[in-house]
Each structure stands twice: as structure tokens, then as C-alpha cells.
Design a protein around this ligand. Structure first.
Ligand code: ADP
Ligand code: MG
Ligand code: MG
Length: 905
């Protein structure tokens, strides 16, 4: 069979259709579809994306010869429908040459309008239309676009000036006018002459006169534009493969620049920012193509309602608005009516919000494009739920319409829209944790806590953060660091807290001693106000007003739909009652990971903890642990209470010990005094504890097995908290989790201590409570021997942060030294600490789940790494049959939607 390379459309017929977007590109497929459903579209044809691949394989000449006949036949078809002739002076057909990929890449590739004009055709067209202004306006636009796109006149360097723009500016200056529309026909003619001279000067060749030469040049240029810098960058950002290629659509021109009954515009079937079900858009009278978005003239609103709202924001009186910037509804009521009914028809046909482009030529409306519109997170939710209520889509579709990650925008505070426009960006860092925050600068955790206590809003600025900064981070509105990437301590903790964080802002020169920051020529000091946008990484001078995120009824409805269709449940990683409550509000059904080490960091607790660590023998440790026990019990009570009736998985202590001990002499001396030993002894012990690679060191159950009294104390704290609540009539469901198991016997040792302690406690209190003992699977050996471990462990929780670290042999803390290069060279597609590595780490998860269930069919399996809130990882967890995912509180809604979508797909 012969390959079909060209698909025609026009006059209510089309060889393509909407579902053929892979072959025809989004634009070409929808132009065909619009024809089929009776929307007025200028006729034309689309060359397939496969030809784009051929183009890069076989080269220009070969592809042109392959296409020649098909294209000439297709042009004949358009000529017949338009009753005109390509390149014929008497009655010329002009075309546009447009690009269109599978995924929408707005403005990334090039379009050429008014193709087919030359000096002779211009004369003919003037005679035919009697409108020399229009003709010469079209001609000068064509020469400029063709020069830029096809003949390479567009400046390569950002700072260079487009030679054509330079010419336009000089003529405008000469005439003393500002707008293109103020140029006379003679000026426009002059432009064409100068433009062509510039082409000749720069390229050494004459501007092509022959229409077919022009056409082939343009078609090839569109293919070439697939590989331009802008397009490559955009594909990289959006993850669009280069193999997809672009289609080329050649289409009869319709003209919005024929006078005051002509216009061009862009419109949306609903508000893309808020989701409000209101038709909206912008148009310009007597204009062409991109004029509306180019910002040369102020576009007018399409609807009266939109126009009135616009005038209020722009500070324009109603009289002025009506006189100078009337809506299309007012200025062209008949056209408006037709436009409005077609937009509704298109939305109804595609069952999604449409983003459309149209042109009006002398009172006749033409559609040039439609596609599903890009939208904000808020609009995404509102449109899905509204369309469900309007009976346009069903529940499953509504759930599948959601881009889970976009929900993030809805869950965090945002800047006041007006205030942010006037704010000044002083530097940029990484968008480490989303949201908006503003406050006064403080430089350490103590100050943050203190200032916050007296009611100040603060931003904690650090070179980098460590676990000791936790209390300060909790008290601050936002966190800013000069060092550290997306997985730095600051970033991970801030995301967990749902707190705004900008990390790795390298331009900041922070001086703790003088409490000042030097940045890009600015100097800031303690107490100065700054603002952070954790979703973009922007750092602003001064306090920019913020607004709390509001979770509305639409959101709630969406979440209940997610519940209806999901198989997996979603738990949360929470270490405090407050986090637990937030997560519960977002729909968490339990705690999948409660890290006990985070409970030791504040005030008196850390002192007792340090005593425990630095103790030289069991006796000393027991004394210190006895001090900690009541604190732990109180903490657990708080969490159980917040999570009543839901399971709470508590991980036994898993700290790199050295993080807890004081490293400054002053603190060491204090501790020496409390413990009644010499400073030297303390220092010696701190030295002893130093580990070359603490990530692989004395941690997890290795600690519990060498110091069993810690496990005893924690078990006591957990179960006595649960027992006391039982007395009060509150149901706690404790699941005690042993960290870092690699060997069955490690687990058995810990289990023995836990069960013994429990029995002792039950005997003492003369009561009992149900509890489970399970383990984290975070060491490859544990996954490999999962059937053995499951013979004793009652549940598995995959700790994918450590499992990733140990499977790859990467240390999470140092990965920044090579990860960027690996990503750039595509050795790694994504950061495996953010997106689960399904092939390697995922294989271990799948295998461990299967092996575990082979000996314990009802083994509950979940995941509690950072991956538990990442949509593609959640989908994987569903596929391999995990029971739940657990993630930070603010990612719970994202995981819930991702889990439901996985079940629906
Ligand atoms: P993009 O992909 O950048 O949106 P388009 O191919 O949609 O590029 O072209 C940009 C604009 O050019 C369109 O919005 C439309 O206004 C104008 N345009 C394209 N083809 C035609 C045509 N055949 N007649 C009139 N205007 C056109
Ligand atoms: Mg377009
Ligand atoms: Mg771990």
C-alpha cells in the first residue's frame, strides 16, 4: 500500500479526524474534525508527522520530490473550493503554512501567513479587492515572516535587533507615529522595498517570487523549526520526545486585516484561570494573526461581562471602555452570536474546555484552531466538577481529567495577584516546596522560634539547614537556603511540613556574624522583609501579601470520587499531631510512617537524648531513657488521638547518632555539667560516634539490637500511650515498625524485645491492646529474603528513600555532585529519589511483595518513601498490588487522585 502523506480538509469534508492527532498533529486533526462537524474552516491540507521524520532521515530534496505531486493535487483542491488560483495574478489564492505537533507547543514553532504574494500578485489582488492598504499590509507581513522563518533573517543572538523591526521603527519614527495601523499605503510599500533589500544584503539572494518556491521553502522551514532551540527546550521541559515530529498544515488564508468589518482573536470556552463557566477572549479589529498576543495594540474583550471586568482591573471608566474598547458583543453583535454558539458547540463536542483561534473577514467568521485549553490547578478542578454536574462527562472521566501534581497549587498559600505584579524579584533559587510566604529575615532557628512567639512572621534564611533547625523551620513562614538541592534537608523537611521553601539560591552571600545578606547588589539585614515563591523559586524584596489556600466543595467532591474508585488507600508520613490532623483533613486513612527521632529535637528532650547517646554503659542509658519515656508517651498519645480509629505505624528510632550530639564546645560543656562528667570525656565520646558514612552506619535496628533498652523504652511509650487512651475510650491502632532490617534474625531479636516488653506492660496494667509488629523493607537483602522475613513480620513498609540509595549505591546526601551531569547526559532520565526507579528498585518491591505474601497471604504492604506522593510511582504501587501509599500530609490529595486513576486505567 502506498503511504498516504497528505490529508485534505475543506467545505465540510476531511480525510482526517480528531483521533488522528499522532499523524496529523493536534492542529491538523482538529481542523479536520471541525470541518466534519460543520464549523467554518478555510480549506487546506495537512502533511503528516511521519513526513517530518522522513525529512530528517532523507533530507530536503528527497522529501520535496516525494511530496510534490500530492501537494500540487491538494493545492488544486483548495483552488477549486476557494475559486482562485495559487500564484495567479488575476485571482490569487494565498495560503498559510502552519506547524502542529501531537502535543500542543504554543508559539514554539513558526507559522507563515499570506504566502503566494509577489509584486505582480499584489497588483492583481489590489484590483480584485480595491483595498490597497490591506494588500500591502499583507505583503509586508509576508516578506517579514518569510524572511525571518525561511531565509534565516531572525537574529540568532537575543540582544540583536530583528533587521525588519529596525526598518519598521525607523519609518514610524520618520512619520512620527506609534502604531502599525497608522502607516500609509506608501509607507507599507516602502517597507516591502526595504525588507527585500535587507534580505538581498544579508543572504545575497533575491526574495523568491515564484509561489511554489515560496511554498516549498515554507514547508521545509516548518520541519526545520521542530529542531529550533525554543522547541527543543520546550520539549525537554514537557517531556515530549523528538521522534514525534511536527505536521505541516497548508491552509487558504482568510483575512482579519481587510478593514473595520474584519478582526482576529483568541477565545476560551471557560475561564482558564478560575474555571468559571464563562465564555471569554480577546480580539482586535483590522488585524492579523498573532497581533492579539503580540502586545503591539491593546486587545479588546469578547464578551460585555469580560470587558467590564477588564475595565475595572485596568482602571478604565465605563464610558471610556464603551467608546474606546468595546467588546465584540457590542461592536459586532451578529458575529459574536455565531462565535458564541460555535464555541459552545466545540466544547460540547470535545467535552472539555476549548482554546480557540478565529478570524473575521469582512463580516464572515472563520475558525482556525481549537484545542483543549491549558489551565491552572484551580480551573482544572472546577471545570471537571462543573462538567460532571452539567452531565458532559461521567465520574471516571472527571477523575481522569485531573493532573495530580497540579493539585499542589491549591493546597498552599498564594500571593495576592495584584501585589505580586508590583513586587521586585531580587534573586532566584530552586522551587523546593510550593506556596507563598513573606516575613522578616532571621538567621537561625532560635531567633525564628523567639520572633514567632512574639507574633512576628519570619523567613528563616540559612546557608543550609540541619535537623537542629527543625523547630525554627516549623515557626517560620518560609525557608530560604543558599545551598542544597531539591532533596536537601531543607527541601525535604519543608515539603513534609507543607511549608514554602526556596533552596540553593547561590547568589545569596549570607553572613551569620553580621546577620546580613548580599545579593545581586542588594544588601539585606535581619528584620528586613522578603517574600518567597516556593512554586517558582522567586525571591522578592519586601512583604508581598499572601492568601490562604481554600479547599472548596468542588475539591471535596473530587476527593470523594477518588475514594469511590481507588483500590489502594493513602496514609501519611507524620511525626506530630498537627501534621496528622492536616493529613486526616486531606483524607489520609492512617499514618504510614511516624519517625520517632524527630520527636527528640526540642528543648529538654534533646538533652535527655544526648545523655542517652553519650552514656557509656547500659546503666547510664537506662537513666537517660527513663527521662525520655514520659515525653515519648505524651507524643504518641497526641498522635494516636489525632488518628483515632486509624492505624499508626511507628518506626523505632533510626537516627544517625552523630546528628544528635552537640558539636560546639559551649553546648558540650553544658552537657558535661548535667551529666557530671568532664568536657574531655564528652568530646571523646562525640569523636567515637563519628562515622565515615553514617548512612550505612550504626542506625536502624542495628541500634536497637546493640542498645535493646531503647527498643524497650519505645515499646513501653507506644503501648502505654495506647492503653491510657483505651481507658479514655479512644481507639489507638499501633503498628510497631522495625527499621533497616536486612537479616531475619535482626528482626526476630527486635520482635522478641517488643513482645516481652508488651507482655510485661500488659501484666503491670492488667489490660491488653492489639498491636502489630512489622518491618521496613529498605535494604536490598531484605527484599531478596522477604519470604523469610515475612514468616515473622506482620507487615512490610517499603522505605524507598533508603532502598533507592542502597540499590543504586548512591548516598542521598552527596548525589548533587554528579546527578545534574547524569541527567544532562541522559544516563538517568529522572532523579530516582523523586520518581521511583521501576525497573530496579521497583523490581525489588514487586518481588518482596510476592515473596512475602507467599508465606503470609494477608501481609499488608505499603510504601512510605518520598515516592508515595509522586503520581507515576503511585501508579506503579497500584500495579504491583500494594495496599497503601504513604506520603507527606500536603501530598495526600495528590496520591489519592493518582491511586484512583491507576485503578481506573
Ligand atoms: P501557533 O501554533 O503558534 O498558534 P498558528 O499556526 O495557529 O500558530 O498560527 C498563528 C496565527 O496565525 C493563528 O492564530 C491565526 O490567527 C493566523 N493564521 C494561521 N493560518 C491562517 C489562515 N489560513 N488564515 C488566517 N489567519 C491564519
Ligand atoms: Mg495557534
Ligand atoms: Mg530508612
Amino acid at each position: 500500500m502506498m503511504t498516504k502523506r497528505v490529508y485534505t480538509f475543506g467545505n465540510g469534508r476531511a480525510e482526517g479526524k480528531a483521533t488522528m492527532r499522532n499523524l496529523l498533529g493536534g492542529k491538523g486533526a482538529n481542523l479536520a474534525e471541525m470541518n466534519l462537524i460543520g464549523v467554518p474552516v478555510p480549506p487546506g491540507f495537512t502533511i503528516t508527522t511521519d513526513v517530518c521524520s522522513e525529512y530528517f532521515e532523507l533530507g530536503k530534496e528527497k522529501v520535496v520530490s516525494i511530496l510534490k505531486e500530492d501537494v500540487e493535487v491538494a493545492i488544486k483542491g483548495v483552488e477549486t473550493l476557494m475559486n482562485s488560483k495559487f500564484g495567479y495574478e488575476g485571482n490569487p489564492l494565498l495560503v498559510s503554512v502552519r506547524s502542529g505537533a501531537r502535543a500542543s507547543m504554543p508559539g514554539m514553532m513558526d507559522t507563515i501567513l499570506n504566502l503566494g504574494l509577489n509584486d505582480a500578485v499584489v497588483e492583481g489582488l489590489t484590483r480584485k479587492t480595491g483595498n490597497p492598504r490591506f494588500v500591502w499590509d499583507s505583503y509586508r507581513r509576508f516578506v517579514q515572516m518569510y524572511g525571518d522563518v525561511v531565509l534565516g533573517m531572525k537574529p540568532v543572538n537575543k540582544n540583536d535587533i530583528d533587521p525588519f523591526e529596525e526598518i519598521i521603527e525607523s519609518i514610524k519614527k520618520e512619520k512620527g507615529v506609534k502604531l502599525d495601523t497608522e502607516l500609509s499605503v506608501d509607507d507599507l510599500k516602502k517597507l516591502v522595498v526595504f525588507f527585500k533589500a535587507a534580505v538581498k544584503k544579508q543572504t545575497g539572494k533575491d526574495f523568491p517570487d515564484n509561489s511554489y518556491d515560496q511554498l516549498w521553502g515554507a514547508i521545509c522551514a516548518v520541519f526545520d523549526s521542530w529542531m529550533n532551540e525554543r522547541a527543543i527546550l520546550y520539549r525537554k521541559m514537557e517531556g515530549i520526545p523528538a521522534e514525534w515530529g511536527t505536521a505541516v498544515t497548508v491552509q487558504a488564508m482568510v483575512f482579519g486585516n481587510m478593514g473595520d468589518t474584519s478582526a482576529t482573536g483568541v477565545c476560551f470556552s471557560r475561564d482558564a484561570a478560575t474555571g468559571e463557566d464563562m465564555f471569554m477572549g480577546e480580539y482586535l479589529i483590522n488585524a492579523q494573526g498573532e497581533d492579539v498576543v503580540a502586545g503591539i495594540r491593546t486587545p479588546q474583550q469578547i464578551t460585555i461581562e469580560g470587558s467590564k471586568r477588564w475595565a475595572v482591573l485596568a482602571g478604565i471608566s465605563e464610558e471610556d471602555r464603551f467608546a474606546k474598547y468595546p467588546s465584540m458583543e457590542e461592536a459586532m453583535p451578529t458575529i459574536y452570536k455565531e462565535l458564541n454558539s460555535i464555541q459552545a458547540k466545540l466544547e460540547n463536542h470535545y467535552r472539555d474546555m476549548q482554546d480557540m483561534e478565529f478570524t473575521v473577514q469582512e463580516g464572515k467568521l472563520w475558525f482556525l484552531q481549537t484545542r483543549n485549553g491549558k489551565r491552572t490547578g484551580a480551573a482544572m478542578v472546577k471545570i471537571a466538577i462543573d462538567m460532571l454536574h452539567q452531565g458532559m462527562i461521567d465520574e471516571k472521566t472527571a477523575v481522569l481529567r485531573i493532573e495530580p501534581n497540579k493539585l499542589d497549587e491549591l493546597l498552599h498559600p498564594v500571593f495576592d495577584k495584584k501585589a505580586i505584579k508590583e513586587a521586585k524579584v531580587i534573586a532566584k533559587g530552586l522551587a523546593a516546596s510550593p506556596g507563598a510566604a513573606s516575613g522578616k529575615i532571621v538567621f537561625n532557628a532560635d531567633d525564628a522560634a523567639e520572633w514567632a512567639k512574639r507574633g512576628e512572621k519570619v523567613i528563616m534564611v540559612r546557608i543550609e539547614t540541619s535537623p537542629e533547625d527543625l523547630a525554627g523551620m516549623a515557626a517560620a513562614q518560609g525557608i530560604l537556603t543558599a545551598r542544597g538541592g531539591m532533596t536537601s534537608h531543607a527541601a525535604v523537611v519543608a515539603r513534609g511540613m507543607g511549608k514554602c521553601c526556596v533552596s540553593g539560591a547561590g547568589a545569596l552571600k549570607i553572613d551569620y556574624a553580621t546577620k546580613t545578606i548580599e545579593v545581586n547588589g542588594f544588601s539585606l539585614k535581619e528584620g528586613d522583609a522578603i517574600s518567597l515563591n516556593g512554586s517558582t523559586g522567586d525571591i522578592y524584596q519586601g512583604a508581598v501579601g499572601t492568601k490562604e489556600a481554600e479547599v472548596d466543595a468542588d475539591f471535596a467532591e473530587l476527593m470523594s470520587l477518588a475514594n469511590k474508585y481507588t483500590r489502594m488507600t493513602v496514609r501519611t508520613n507524620a511525626d506530630t499531631p498537627k501534621d496528622a490532623e492536616i493529613a486526616r483533613k486531606f483524607g489520609a486513612t492512617g499514618i504510614g510512617l511516624c519517625r520517632t527521632e524527630h520527636m527528640f529535637f526540642e528543648g529538654e528532650k534533646i538533652k535527655a537524648m544526648r545523655e542517652m547517646i553519650l552514656a557509656e554503659d547500659t546503666e547510664g542509658r537506662r537513666i537517660a531513657l527513663a527521662k525520655i519515656l514520659p515525653y515519648q508517651k505524651a507524643d504518641f498519645k497526641g498522635i494516636f488521638k489525632a488518628m483515632h480509629d486509624m492505624p499508626v505505624t511507628i518506626r523505632l528510632l533510626d537516627p544517625p547518632l552523630h546528628e544528635f550530639v552537640p558539636h560546639e564546645e559551649k553546648e558540650q560543656a553544658e552537657l558535661a555539667k548535667t551529666m557530671g562528667i568532664s568536657l574531655k570525656k564528652i568530646q571523646q565520646r562525640v569523636n567515637d560516634l563519628h562515622e565515615a558514612n553514617p548512612m550505612l552506619g550504626h542506625r536502624g535496628c542495628r541500634l536497637g539490637n546493640t542498645y535493646p533498652e531503647i527498643t524497650e523504652m519505645q515499646t513501653r511509650a507506644i503501648l502505654s500511650a495506647a492503653l491510657e487512651l483505651q481507658e479514655e475510650g479512644i481507639t489507638a491502632i499501633p503498628e510497631i515498625m522495625v527499621p533497616l532490617t536486612g537479616i531475619l534474625y535482626e528482626f526476630l531479636e527486635q520482635e522478641k524485645i517488643i513482645r516481652q516488653t508488651a507482655e510485661e506492660l500488659f501484666a503491670e496494667t492488667n489490660s491488653r491492646i492489639e498491636y502489630k509488629v512489622g518491618t521496613m523493607i529498605e535494604i536490598p537483602r531484605a527484599a531478596l529474603t522477604a519470604n523469610r522475613i515475612a514468616s515473622a513480620a506482620e507487615f512490610f513498609s517499603f522505605g524507598t528513600n533508603d532502598l533507592t540509595q542502597m540499590t543504586f549505591g548512591y548516598s542521598r546526601d552527596d548525589i548533587a555532585s554528579f546527578l545534574p551531569t547524569y541527567l544532562e547526559k541522559k544516563i538517568l532520565k529522572v532523579d530516582p529519589f523523586q520518581v521511583l526507579d521501576q525497573k530496579g528498585v521497583g523490581q525489588l518491591i514487586q518481588m518482596a511483595t510476592e515473596k512475602g505474601r507467599s508465606v503470609r497471604p494477608d501481609l499488608k504492604c505499603g510504601i512510605c518513601g518520598e515516592h508515595g506522593g509522586e503520581p507515576s510511582s503511585v501508579e506503579f504501587c497500584h500495579r504491583v498490588g500494594l495496599d497503601y501509599v504513604s506520603c507527606s500530609p500536603f501530598r495526600v490529595p495528590i496520591a489519592r487522585i493518582a491511586a484512583a486513576q491507576a485503578a481506573l486505567r
